[in-house]
Structures are given as structure tokens and as C-alpha cells.
Design a binder for this molecule. Sequence first.
Ligand code: NIG
Ligand code: FE
Length: 398
Amino acid sequence: MNELGIIKDGAVLIQDGIITAVGTTQALCTEKKPPLATVIDASGKAVLPGFVDPHTHLVFAGDRPDEFAARLRGDHYLDILARGGGILSTVRATRRASMDMLSAGAIKHLNAFLAQGVTTVEGKSGYGLDLKTEVKQLQVMRTLNASHFVDIVPTYLGAHAISEEYAGNADAYIQFMIDAVLPEVVSGELAQFCDVFCEKNIFSVTQSRKLLEKAKMAGLKLKLHADEITQIGGAELAAELGAVSADHLLQASDEGIRQMARAGVVAVLLPLTAFCLREPYPRARFIVDQGCPVALATDLNPGSAFSGSIPLVIALATLTMGMTTEEVVSALTLNAAAAVGRADTIGSIDVGKKGDLILLAFPSYRYLPYHTGVNLVDTVVKDGSIVFEAKERKPGPC
Ligand code: NIG
Ligand code: FE
């Protein structure tokens, strides 16, 4: 994660949206550049792969500022959910919302992501908890994936909470998902991943395993919200099932992390959630040092972390979680691409990958944490075309 493969005075050639050559400016201009190529002058600007946010809940209705205030007064996130608030409050609003309303909200978040250099996001359902609304959320993502510049990787998260209809009966709710929702998600090709909130008083390891095994057999890749608030063996389950990623891991055991490293599970760390819930930060240094690939994500959602701020993720990862700047860049690019199963097509500036790039308003990636909490993205290139320019920003030092 510390080897970024920097090319000084580098250049990238993109044809039909795909990177076809990478090297020094001199080599590419003399040997490879087609006569009619459009040239983007990146003098004084660091060029990075587009950022990938591998964990968001960006399709939802309503908001929960009252809960944020209650948490500031000492209320607990899981107690609010147990009283029928939290995720269940967003479920009620999302069930009532039309697809157009959900799209309009998500587009605002996608636009904000793009302006911060995010060219691919993962997005989860999980605010429906019934067939109709889970499908509605996933259909919104499908439509937006086709119409918005940002690519969306859809995840089915029906096991986000126990619906009010199944209150007190998590086993029956899991069975309902297996029998009624999962088949529709799979036959409609609405999701690429299945995720579970594996947490005390939500879904146990046994219940999570039951749903995830069925999802895997049906062809979905796996993710888990694992050991977020309580250590219940989520990391171990992710390793056992060969999940692509296990996310949060604030309370994950040492042994669970080692098992993940051996199984090649990507640890997706979400500093904004720990920050907003005032929980301990994930042990990034330990996880990286165990040889586990680490990715970083925002977890944008209306409850535990109502923020899609990449600059704040970078600040917290470096200044509070002990990651190096190089590790953070890897965690937001290639490892994040691996966390959404796309390391073969995005996440690095390599021949054959998508032409998704960002130009910073500064000459080095090292400014990312140093110019703390500031969005340094000057230009975003998606599939070879400029899709965002921060015209007011000038390259060079402050
Ligand atoms: O990743 N923990 C579960 N899910 C989200 C929060 C969802 C919400 O509060 O609306 C998370 O923290
Ligand atoms: Fe989440």
C-alpha cells in the first residue's frame, strides 16, 4: 500500500474511454500520441486514479438531525434503533418516497462525490426492508448508474435491520428475505453484492451466515457490516464465507483480522462513522500490519455518518488512525476498487483500465492530508472525458 508507482512528468493516453498508454510526457508525445488527440495540460497538478467510495447508503429519504442531537446528549445509536428510530425512521420515509424523490436526493450526493474526485461508488439498499422498497432503491441505482457520470455498484442490504412487520423475529425476517426478496434481486440483476448488518440485537452470526450463504449460491458477492459496535465475530464470518469485504471493524478481534488477511478479505474502514458516533477509530495500523488490504469509505447515510466528505476521511485516516499518505491513496483507489470487485477495471492508472482520473490543484498527492480537510480536486476525467472542473482553483502552492 505504500508503493504508488509515481511517474514524474508523467502522461496518460486514453482512447475510447480506456487507458492505452502510460509513461513520461516525452515518451508518450513522441511515440504514442495520435495527431488529433485532445491534450489536457496537467502541469503542476498531480494526476491520480479516480477515487472509489466502496461503502455508501446514498439512496434514502428523510433525515434525522434530532437523533444526532440526542446522541450529543448521550443517547446511543443502537438504543435509538431499538426504540423504533434510527434506520427504521429512514425506512418509513423511504417507503413513502417516489423513485423521482429518491433519485433527486441521490443525485445531489453523486454530484458532491464527483466534485471530490469520486468516479465510482458502492450503494446499498436497506431502507425498504420489504420487497417493493428494496427493489425500488435498487432500481433507482440502476437508473442513476446509466444517467450519471459516477458509476454505481449496487448492493442488496435487506438485512440492515429487522422490519417493523417482523419485530422480535429476526429468524422469520431472514427467511422472508431468502424466500421473497433475494430471488427478485437476483432474477432482476439488481445487485452485485449482498450485505448484512451483523451486530448484537440486529442479525447474529448464524442469521447472517444463513442469508449470505444463500446469496453466494445465487451468484452475489458478499460484504458485511462487521463488528461495528460490538465484537460478535463478524470479521471471522467474513473470512469463513470468502466475503469480498468486511466493513467498519471498529471492534474486530485480532484473530478475526488475521483470518481476514489469510482469506484476502478487504477491510473497508469508515472513519466518519467512528467520528460521528464517537466510537473508537478502526485499528488501521494493526490491520495493515497484519497484511490485510485496507480500503477507506465514507459510509454516507442519514444516521451514523451524514457525510460524504473525502477530505475528512483523509484527515481522520492519517491524523487519527495512523495511516501513511501513500496507504490512504491506495485505500481510496486500488484497494477500494478491490472492495467493489473491480480492481481489474478501475483504481489505478494502468493500460486497459477505464480512463477515470483526477487532477489535483497541487503538484503532489502529499498535499491531500497536509492541506487538511480541503477538497483539492481541480479536474475530473471520466471514461476519458472531462466531467468536472473547479475553475476557480489555481495550481501551485497556497
Ligand atoms: O453503516 N450500521 C448500519 N448501517 C449504517 C447506518 C445506517 C443508518 O443509521 O441509517 C452504517 O453505520
Ligand atoms: Fe454502512
